[in-house]
Design a protein around this ligand. Structure first.
Ligand code: TXA
Ligand code: MG
Length: 308
């Protein structure tokens, strides 16, 4: 029996994802630019393609509750909120120890934003790929989020394959909630109204404020910060400092001995974590401000910023 054209199309896109390529796909909120969330090389392509100047944590799209549970710890409260799935709700939850997600998806955090999109093609694609998909909106950085396949094709000049699922229903991104113990905090207002969430929970939802440890996107305070003191643009370490190198030369760890920015981006969070575990102070070599260097420097600057 011959398969329906849409199944063939889904299988083609799933194969691209499994091969580490990025594809655009429809969701009920906006079109997403998706990549295998377990592969740093694949996730880097999202940043390169969007021209995103910073590494923010990305939302991980899964097909169902069971797949979500393979990545994050789901408390009874989180599971109650998951009744909105499939739907425009992202839950930020503790990452499971055994979850094989790229550090670039979580931007080094120990939490993950997950959601089950309410679009048949998105769900079919995730299932066919057999992978959790990291996906920000499929627009160039700083531009409007796309709600049609044509907008995505235009934005990326036809360079990204687009799975056409018709116009997105909502046109507004998902609502993002962080669930921490008994507390539910809205990090981003979105397509699911807070009143609906409060009605289900029977308890108020707090709002994130700028400067909160986990703050709303846009405010973008949420990022991994090491305990160790960070000194940037250091050409050599001072006594007592571990040295995170870039390019040739002596270093405790080297982001990329050959000076490759993609390799450096891939190693950034894991090496900071590793040095943070053993050193009280970390000096970081200068990183060129070109290509992915912009995002690397942005992350380093935030990680080094004074905290209270
Ligand atoms: O509607 C949507 O949510 C769309 C469609 C494509 O699904 N996706 C989307 O993804 O807007 P993205 O990756 O652009 O959203 C990222 C935002 C980040 O700015 C961040 O604030 C929040 O999600 N986020 C993700 N993981 C987080 C985490 N572990 N902690 C705090 N915030 C997180
Ligand atoms: Mg966006």
């Amino acid at each position: 029996m011959s398969r329906a054209p849409v199944d063939v199309e889904i299988e083609r896109f799933a194969a691209l994802l499994r091969a580490g390529e990025i594809v655009a796909f429809p969701t009920e909120t906006v079109y997403g630019l998706g990549a295998d969330a377990t592969s740093s090389d694949a996730v880097l392509k999202i940043y390169e393609t969007k021209g995103r100047p910073r590494f923010n944590p990305l939302i991980v799209h899964v097909a169902d509750l069971e797949m979500a549970k393979s990545l994050v710890e789901m408390s009874p409260l989180a599971e109650k909120l998951a009744r909105f799935w499939p739907g425009p709700l992202t839950l930020v939850l503790p990452k499971r120890k055994d979850a094989t997600l790229s550090d670039l998806v979580t931007a080094g955090l120990d939490t993950v934003g997950v959601r089950v999109p309410d679009h048949p093609l998105a769900l079919a694609l995730i299932r066919a790929a057999g992978l959790p998909l990291a996906a920000p909106s499929a627009n160039r950085s700083g531009k409007l989020s796309p709600t049609t396949a044509a907008q995505v094709r235009t934005a990326f000049a036809g360079l990204v394959p687009v799975l056409d699922g018709g116009p997105s229903q909502s046109g507004v991104e998902s609502t993002i909630l962080a669930v921490d113990g008994d507390t539910v905090t809205q990090l981003r207002a979105g397509a699911l109204a807070r009143e609906e969430i409060e009605a289900l929970l029977g308890q108020p939802v707090a709002l994130a404020k700028a400067g909160d440890a986990i703050a709303a996107p846009g405010m973008l305070a949420s990022h991994y910060a090491p305990n160790a003191k960070l000194r940037l643009n250091a050409t050599s370490p001072r006594p007592g400092e571990a040295y995170l190198g870039f390019g040739s030369g002596q270093a405790t760890l080297n982001l990329s001995p050959t000076g490759d920015l993609r390799e450096a981006a891939r190693n950034l969070f894991s090496m900071l974590h590793e040095l943070d575990a053993s050193a009280a102070a970390i000096a970081v070599a200068p990183i060129p401000h070109t290509g992915l260097g912009e995002a690397i420097n942005d992350r380093l600057k935030r990680a080094a910023a004074p905290r209270d």
